[in-house]
Design a protein around this ligand. Structure first.
Ligand SMILES: [Zn+2]
Length: 267
């Protein structure tokens, strides 16, 4: 099957599982007016494992412990190409926005009753990924205990970037939260780049979008930045709620909706 057809089928499967509410979500379009292009790589997985409605969710900001060392995240098109000043000296613009989105998601999620918290490493540079204070170590421990771990990222600008989408954790069968986030943001192949360090440790990575237009100027513009951030947080939290069947039309409600009435079941 050619990759685009495979992607369309995978999205269709996701939409069917997710029910009518998620089918109306912008997940079927390859371009979103706020977050820009979605991943066009084929999604070769479906998340069906249900999680308890009160599953502890841990949110991480990608690259929060790798500034000034390998893997600091993208500096974004504004800084790298257009001569803008970094949002905050000493950290990449990606980390600046990862932190902003992670905090906004946790604030909104807590107000909506989710069991959700943010972990921020105490240092911006931790060279040893096995240090117990890194995102990976804290995320792996949370995933090993059965919690859901989401690390926020922005993708590279220009041809190096793929687009928005979820790269699912690989430690257990894919969950309905993974499914719901992929329906909202797009999806990546399960073994993207051979299996990244985070997913191998049980951490799902969410690429919000490429750090370029239209997303980056919407965030940087003081007139639109807070609304853009709020819209992103709303999209993430709604997807989490749908993935936990805390809303009608959630991922878990699909099979029930499709179940035949007892009277019509053949013998
Ligand atoms: Zn990143």
């Amino acid at each position: 099957m050619d990759p685009r057809r495979a992607a369309a089928v995978a999205l269709l499967v996701g939409a069917c599982l997710a029910g009518p509410a998620a089918a109306q979500a912008p997940g079927l379009s390859s371009f979103d007016p706020l977050t820009g292009p979605r991943s066009r790589l084929s999604r070769d997985w479906v998340g069906q494992r249900s999680l308890p409605a009160d599953v502890p969710i841990l949110v991480l900001a990608g690259h929060a412990d790798s500034q000034g060392i390998q893997g600091p995240g993208t500096s974004g098109e504004a800084v790298a190409r257009l001569g803008a000043s970094p949002m905050q000296p000493g950290i990449t613009d990606e980390l600046y926005w990862n932190l902003a989105v992670a905090r906004a998601v946790v604030d909104l999620g807590q107000r909506r009753g989710l069991t959700i918290r943010f972990y921020e490493p105490p240092l911006r540079s931790i060279a040893n990924s096995g240090d117990p204070r890194t995102n990976w170590s804290v995320g792996k421990a949370h995933a090993d205990r059965g919690g859901y771990v989401l690390e926020i990222h922005f993708d590279a600008y220009g041809p190096d970037g793929v687009g928005s989408g979820l790269i699912p954790a690989l430690h257990r069968p894919f969950s309905q939260i993974d499914e719901s986030l992929a329906a909202a943001f797009g999806g990546y192949p399960m073994w993207f780049r051979g299996g990244l360090g985070g997913p191998r440790r049980g951490i799902s990575l969410l690429e919000i979008g490429k750090l370029e237009a239209p997303l980056e100027p919407a965030l940087r513009n003081p007139a639109s930045g807070s609304a853009a951030l709020a819209a992103i947080a709303e999209r993430v939290v709604t997807a989490l709620e749908l993935g936990l069947s805390r809303r009608p039309g959630g991922v878990g409600s699909g099979p029930q909706a499709l179940r035949l009435p007892a009277s019509s079941a053949g013998e």
